[in-house]
Structure formats: structure tokens, C-alpha cells
Design a protein around this ligand. Structure first.
Ligand SMILES: Cc1ncc(COP(=O)(O)O)c(C=O)c1O
Length: 447
């Protein structure tokens, strides 16, 4: 086994102590807190790597939870953003570029007739649900267990799989992700496990006539890349049509990543509404709610309210125009998917040599790694994989210069700038991390 290089994060630790006095948990987003002595602060990112304020470099597979599809500080997109800066920001009026970017999106995604902009994935999905409710005149909606659609109240209901036992036979309890979410809202959300066709049919039979929308991420970007089968997505489309429910495909993570036309194009299923965000501007804040003309025209006075002071900011819009051009006209997506394929092959060689059973879910450009023979079909199955091995390994990887999410539910993300040196560094670190993890559990057994 190779010796593990030691990493000092002294400066990050000191920054954490200072930041704690002014920022809750010392961070700007709760998910960035990794523990009092493991929370790191970034100095800068470039390409497929980031550097912390102690000078440690990492190959990064979080990529800000997906946005840096071309790599950090991409010169092409940043130059476009600077041109966008010269436009002047926001005017509470429209600019010509809004149409140019919308045209590009409609060209790339066959199911998109019309487009509206938002600033974040949360805002876009919130707008999508409002639109569906306004269009159908109904309030309730269907969510898939394990899904994440953002931080607004209606999306924050989850199946409490962590405290659920398969043996009891019942469903996991539906609980709010957070305190501060009114319990009254719970009755509007119907949750079903992914890929259970019968259960989907039954739920539509019971609630279909009252539901405004079914929300689905056919590759779950916050749940290991667990993927819907083609049959499941097609059944969803059929049931939505049958019951007058709008199908919302949330492509905040998959959009402009797994394919130019998004995950919907991989399934050949057209949603009524879809949402995009992360990859569309290589990290500049912009998102999209888009879809079928008849539905989208419900955004009008007297229809569904939509807008916002910072919507279609000139910097983000210019960045989106260039990023989408690159994704559409160059082989960037093929390049990064190929990298993901090579990374998985390299990881498998290391794991197979040690007889470690594993599998992958999702897509080459964003995949989940499982220590189980078969990747889960739904969030309930995730419980049966050995995620404690993953969690331990993730911490070693950080120490060894590779950043993945410490929670196995977050997939690994690839970017165009991940190159041969990133791959080599990752696999060297991965081999060491796997051995350190094996040793950790052997020592635990001996103790
Ligand atoms: C599928 C999906 N929808 C919505 C969101 C919310 O996006 P944001 O964090 O930009 O608000 C996310 C964020 O990870 C997501 O993965």
C-alpha cells in the first residue's frame, strides 16, 4: 500500500473558527459544512481542479454540484461573461440575447417551444409547479422518493428511508427535509418509489384527478444517479396524459450534461414542462423553465405569476449563450462522458483486484458508485448497499487530493477539462483510499 500523503488544512480550520462568528456553521450554504475540522475554504478553481486556502490541490468531482461542465474558469465562457458585463446588468426590461439563448435551447431540446428564465434550480422548479397548478387548476402533485427539486416548501418532502426498515413491509414515513415547513402542505405531496410501475398506476388511480403535476428526475442527481427505466418514464407520460396531469422533467442536473437534449431525449419522452440550470452557463447563476407552448402561455397577466429582479442578468445570459454554443457545437459532452467511462473502468480494475463487489448508476457524465452487486433501482434499495464503506473512503480521498461528496447519494460529476493527468491522479488516490478503507474496517473488526 502506498503511504498516504498528509494534508494540512490549518488555514481552513482557522478560517472556519473566524467565519463561525459571522456565518451560521461558518459557511454560506449548510451543505458546505463538513465538520468543525474538515470544512475547507476554496482559494480558486481552474479546469477540473480546485485549490484550498492551504494550497492543497484536488481533482474535483463535485464541480459545484454539477455546474462547471466545461471546467472552472473556462476562458471562453468567462470572456463572454465579461462582454455581458458591458451590457449593464439588469434593467427591469428585456434584452435581445434572451431570445438568442431561448432559440438555442429550443434547438437543442425538441420538447421545448417556449422558455422563461430564473436564477436558480429552486426558482425554476418552483415556477414549473406554479405553472402546472395554474394551468390545471389543481394543487397536489407527485414526487419520486429520493428526488431533490430545490429548497422551496412544496419540494421538501422526503421518504425517511434512513429510519425505515424493509422488514416491516410498509412505506417509509414522509417527513419534511427541514424545520419550518408547514405540515399542512404535506397532504398535497404524494410520494412513490422509483421504477415501481404498479405503484405509479395505483397512485394515479387514487389521486390522478386531483394532481397538477408529476415531477421526476429520470436520473436522480441527488440520489446516486438512480435511474428510471424507459418503461417507467413512458408509463409516467401515459398516465399524465390519461389523467390530465402535467409531466415535469426536472433536468436541473441532467440538462445539457447527459445529452444535448437532456435526459428526456435519451428516453424519447417529451414532458409538458422541464427545468434546466446547472450546466447551462458553466456556473453563472441562471436557470430555465421551458416547455409546451399551450402550457407555457399560462405565464401571463391573470395566469401564473413569474418574474424577478435579477432574471436574465446580462452576465449570466451571455455566459449561457457561449456555454450552450460550446455544448451544442463541439464534442465537449462526448469528451467528458468518455472521461467518466475511463474513470469507472479504472476504479473497477482497482476494486476487482481486491474482490470488492461494486456497481454504478446514472450516466458516464454523472454517476453513483455502490458497494453492491447491482445498483439500486430506487432510494429504498440504496439502503442495502454498503454506503459506510463509501463514506469512509470519501474522507480518505479528500486527504489524498480528490474531492467527491462525502455522502454516497451525491453522484460524481465530470467536466470537459478533466484530462489524463486528472485521471491518473484520481486513480492513484483511489487505490490508496480503497486500501485505507479496507484497513480501517479490518482494524474495527479486530477491536
Ligand atoms: C434536480 C434538481 N432540482 C433542483 C435543484 C435546486 O437547484 P438550486 O440549488 O440551483 O436551487 C437541484 C439542486 O441540486 C437539483 O439537483
Amino acid at each position: 500500500m502506498r503511504a498516504a500523503p498528509r494534508r494540512s488544512i490549518e488555514k481552513s480550520n482557522a478560517q472556519f473558527q473566524k467565519a463561525l462568528k459571522r456565518l451560521p456553521l461558518g459557511v454560506a450554504s449548510t451543505f458546505r459544512y463538513w465538520g468543525d475540522d474538515r470544512t475547507i475554504y476554496v482559494d480558486h478553481g481552474k479546469g477540473g481542479r480546485i485549490w484550498d486556502i492551504d494550497g492543497n490541490g484536488y481533482v474535483d468531482y463535485r464541480l459545484g454540484y454539477g455546474p462547471a461542465i466545461l471546467g472552472y474558469a473556462d476562458e471562453r465562457v468567462d470572456a463572454a461573461a465579461r462582454r455581458g458585463m458591458e451590457v449593464g446588468g439588469v434593467f427591469a426590461l428585456s434584452t435581445e440575447r434572451e431570445l438568442a439563448v431561448a432559440d438555442r435551447i429550443a434547438k437543442m431540446v425538441p420538447g421545448v417551444d417556449l422558455v422563461r428564465y430564473s436564477n436558480s434550480g429552486t426558482e425554476a422548479v418552483m415556477a414549473a409547479l406554479r405553472l402546472a397548478r395554474a394551468h390545471t387548476g389543481r394543487d397536489s402533485y407527485l414526487l419520486i422518493e429520493g428526488a431533490y427539486h430545490g429548497l422551496f416548501d412544496a419540494a421538501m418532502w422526503m421518504a425517511n428511508v434512513e429510519e425505515w426498515s424493509q422488514r416491516g413491509g410498509g412505506d417509509p414515513e414522509v417527513v419534511a427535509y427541514s424545520k419550518g415547513i408547514p405540515q399542512e402542505l404535506k397532504t398535497l405531496a404524494h410520494l412513490v418509489p422509483m421504477n415501481d410501475l404498479q405503484r405509479l398506476e395505483d397512485t394515479f388511480k387514487r389521486h390522478g384527478n386531483d394532481m397538477a403535476a408529476m415531477l421526476i428526475e429520470p436520473i436522480q442527481g441527488n440520489c446516486c444517479g438512480i435511474s428510471a427505466s424507459g418503461d417507467y418514464v413512458r408509463l409516467a407520460r401515459k398516465l399524465c396524459d390519461q389523467y390530465g396531469v402535467l409531466l415535469i422533467i426536472d433536468e436541473v442536473k441532467t440538462g445539457f450534461r447527459v445529452a444535448r437534449g437532456g435526459v428526456q431525449s435519451l428516453h424519447g419522452v417529451t414532458p409538458d414542462i422541464c427545468t434546466f440550470a446547472k450546466a447551462m452557463a458553466n456556473g453563472y447563476p441562471i436557470a430555465v423553465v421551458a416547455g409546451r407552448e399551450e402550457v407555457m402561455r399560462t405565464f401571463r397577466y391573470g395566469g401564473a405569476a413569474h418574474g424577478g429582479t435579477y432574471t436574465a442578468h446580462s452576465v449570466s445570459l451571455a455566459a449561457a449563450e457561449e456555454c450552450l454554443r460550446i455544448l451544442d457545437e463541439t464534442p465537449a459532452l462526448e469528451t467528458l462522458a468518455k472521461y467518466g467511462e475511463n474513470l469507472k473502468a479504472g476504479m473497477s480494475r482497482i476494486l476487482n483486484r481486491r474482490g470488492i463487489v461494486h456497481s454504478y448508476a446514472g450516466h458516464d457524465s454523472m454517476f453513483g458508485l455502490f458497494f453492491a452487486e447491482k445498483a439500486p433501482d430506487n432510494y429504498r434499495d440504496w439502503k442495502t448497499s454498503d454506503y459506510s464503506f463509501y463514506d469512509q473512503m470519501a474522507y480518505h480521498l479528500h486527504d489524498l487530493g480528490v474531492i467527491c461528496e462525502p455522502d454516497s447519494r451525491e453522484p460524481w460529476f465530470m467536466c470537459e477539462a478533466h484530462d489524463a493527468s486528472c485521471l491518473e491522479d484520481t486513480l492513484v488516490a483511489f487505490e490508496t483510499a480503497v486500501d485505507m478503507t479496507l484497513e480501517h474496517f479490518e482494524a474495527e473488526k479486530r477491536a
